[in-house]
Design a protein around this ligand. Structure first.
Ligand code: DUC
Ligand code: ZN
Ligand code: ZN
Length: 478
């Protein structure tokens, strides 16, 4: 197997930074060495197969996006990135592992849902991938099947308190699933919004002629998120289930999570780039030349973008610093405007929910470093190390240390990335939710299990490079 030496860079981990060379042997990191080290009298630079010069750059563990929905059937259509296109875009952006959501639909067997996702992904991925399991129908059979998930390398499942008639679980179902979570150690992941109440509000708004995407954000009020977050925390408290609340956008939900954590409960929160940068007014309320008042459909996702006047984004940045929120995933769920988002013309409740960001998470969060929200160490922690620990991958992923998979990104903090359709855009979407964003940094080289798959703005990998990763139980519990 080929050997590579990454020289001259600053290796950044969750706990510090140091000048170091990284020796890669085959698919694995073999050593982290003082710069210019000889090993047993051997000049490594001369004896390895390849040298990557990282002088002046950061050398970081490959990003882990723990929340994606490749080719997910949803909202009367299907998310537009396949495992092939979506993981290739992830690679371009320095993400070397995704954890996608296999789906058990209502009336289906859990085992069949998981098998279907393996079929979609196998042989198609550019980077490694794992699965969480969506339980869309909590019943005696699925509760039993959940007990077999860990043997399949799936250590987490997701429930929805939203989307009645689709994935929705009522409180009795949540309680029963959480009892299995407490028993097995599987992480409960929760979409925490009060779906039945939201649906009533949406119908009332539509009846008043309020049909534009902006009203998606009004129907899905922060009270709906805070209430469901609180309810899920209480049910987790009662049952002893570890709870991970996905796509937190409301500052009031952050406060619920912080209170639970202060009380010693195993409750965790994830936010997404869209909640850190975008808003109800500027995006959901946007009016454009092409789409008029429907422009905002580009940013319809749930939980929704929040009002900038209420300062949710500021609170989320703070929560990322204080560890009230532990990590950032994308909830990557892309749809094109043409034929997909368009399904909701004249009725915001029919707009497929989702934003595509898998390609830009590392860059957008690095901009958080440049803007003074995060240290480089915290950037690595919330985008790679904590996702690995949270979902049972740490040691193999999320860290640069001997024995870990050689998933490594050389990131240039003096580089530049312009995001937009005609600029940096490899996701299968006909628009970019991040059009015009300028990033003061650049993904230079991406290595996935020892193979360079992106270098100098060229993609060198192929479909099928990525392998399924079996995950263990969470390594992050309090
Ligand atoms: N939210 C989204 O925006 N898309 C996919 C599913 C979800 O919960
Ligand atoms: Zn969700
Ligand atoms: Zn999601």
């Amino acid at each position: 197997m080929a050997t590579t030496l990454i020289t001259g860079g600053t290796v950044v981990s969750a706990t510090g930074r140091s000048l170091a060379d990284v020796l890669v042997d085959g698919e694995t990191i073999r050593a982290v060495l003082e710069p210019g080290s000889e090993l047993l009298g051997v000049d490594l630079k001369q004896s390895v197969d390849a040298v990557v010069d990282a002088t002046g750059k950061y050398v970081i563990p490959g990003g882990i996006d723990a929340h994606t929905h490749m080719q997910m059937p949803f909202g009367g259509t299907e998310a537009s990135d396949t495992f092939e296109t979506g993981t290739r875009a992830a690679a371009w952006g320095g993400t070397t592992t995704i954890i996608d959501f296999a789906i058990q639909k209502y009336g289906e067997r859990v085992e069949d849902g998981l098998a279907a996702w393996h079929e979609k992904a196998a042989g198609n991925c550019a980077v490694d991938y794992g699965f969480h399991q969506i339980i869309g129908d909590v019943n005696d059979e699925s509760l039993q099947a959940m007990r077999g998930l860990l043997d399949e390398g799936v250590s987490s499942f997701k429930l929805f308190m939203a989307y009645p008639g689709v994935f929705y679980s009522d409180d009795a179902q949540v309680l029963k699933a959480m009892q299995v979570s407490a028993d097995t150690g599987l992480m409960t992941m929760m979409h925490a919004e009060n779906g039945p109440a939201i649906d009533v509000l949406a119908q009332q708004l539509l009846a008043q002629g309020k049909t534009d995407p902006y009203f998606h954000g009004i129907a899905r009020a922060w009270q709906m998120e805070e209430e469901a977050t609180h309810r899920s925390i209480m049910l987790a408290n009662l049952t002893g289930a570890p709870l991970y609340v996905v796509h937190v956008s409301a500052k009031q939900a952050v406060a619920q999570i912080a209170t639970a954590r202060d009380g010693g409960q195993n409750v965790f929160g994830e936010t997404c780039p869209q909640y850190l940068y975008l808003s109800l007014e500027d995006q959901l309320g946007a009016k454009g030349d092409q789409w008029g008042g429907f422009e905002g459909a580009k940013w319809v996702c749930s939980t929704p973008l929040r009002s900038k006047h209420e300062h949710h984004s500021d609170e989320l940045w703070t929560a990322l610093r204080t560890n009230d929120i532990q990590m950032v995933s994308t909830d990557h769920c892309p749809f094109c405007m043409k034929d997909q988002k368009e399904l909701g013309l004249g009725d915001f409740s029919k707009i497929p929910n989702g934003i595509g960001s898998v390609e830009h998470r590392m860059d957008l969060l690095f901009q958080g470093v440049v803007d003074g929200h995060l240290t480089p160490e915290r950037w690595v922690e919330i985008t790679a190390t904590t996702p690995a620990r949270m979902f049972g991958l740490y040691g193999k992923k999320g860290v640069i240390q001997p024995g870990a998979d050689a998933d490594i990104v050389v990131y240039d903090p003096k580089g530049h990335t312009s995001i937009g359709l005609e600029k940096t855009h490899h996701m299968n979407m006909d628009y970019s939710a991040w059009e015009g964003y300028e990033i003061d940094g650049h993904v230079d080289t991406v290595m996935s299990r020892g193979r360079v798959i992106v270098d100098a703005d060229a993609y060198l990998g192929k479909a099928g490079d990525g392998a399924y990763v079996r995950r263990g139980l969470s390594q992050y519990l309090l």
